[in-house]
Design a protein around this ligand. Sequence first.
Ligand SMILES: [Mg+2]
Length: 258
Amino acid sequence: MAADLPRLPPPPPALHDWALLLDVDGTLLDFADRPEAVRVPAELLDTLSRLHIALDGAVALVSGRPLAQLDALFAPLQLPAAGLHGLELREGGEWASTGQPPPGLALVRDAAQALVDKFDGALLEDKGTTLALHWRGSPAAEEPLHEFATSALIGLPGYHLQAGKYVFELRPDGADKGHAILALMSHPQFLDRRPVFVGDDLTDEQGFVAINAHGGHSVLVGQRTPTAAHHALHDPDATRTWLRDVALRLAPSGPVNG
Ligand SMILES: [Mg+2]
């Protein structure tokens, strides 16, 4: 079984024909107690700048965070990106956003906040059209938050529950990383390139499946069984080192200014 084989990093690019699609939290960045507390190393910004130039712009962030947060985190870089698992898309400067949240979401948000407030360390992240209930700081909250999120779906037609690392997320149907990647790959900057997707979470599995179907490299950060990913990197630090090596291989000379 392929699932039992040790997974290695993907082979280095022989040509400048890759399209890099990168999850953010747990992949490029180390986790923090709160989503807003993550740090973006300066060297990572330099690496992404180099890759962006070397791959003619075919470097995208694919995240559950809103685009506005991604831009704030990675400033001054403004990469093509899929935010909110693809509900927000920006490809080469164009922006396509989704519609209004359903009326029931405000009620669910208020009830979720009241529940989260009972658990020290639990957190409600309001992303507009999606709600994320984090229990990383409060293991005792896992079960109550899961029960809440499951029952909240009754009042949110067209929504589903996605579990991630220490988080339950209520999000609209069709918002997943597989769809997000296919949407990005249809853009001229990415078309006809070999897609490489790196991600760490359960929510990235749909992305791995989409990448495999397009002859690309699927790369899991960390360990999980089963997974659809064909390759693996140990942790975000290993991802950053690997990306830097790829950047040096593609553009061995000259610093990137800015
Ligand atoms: Mg992640």
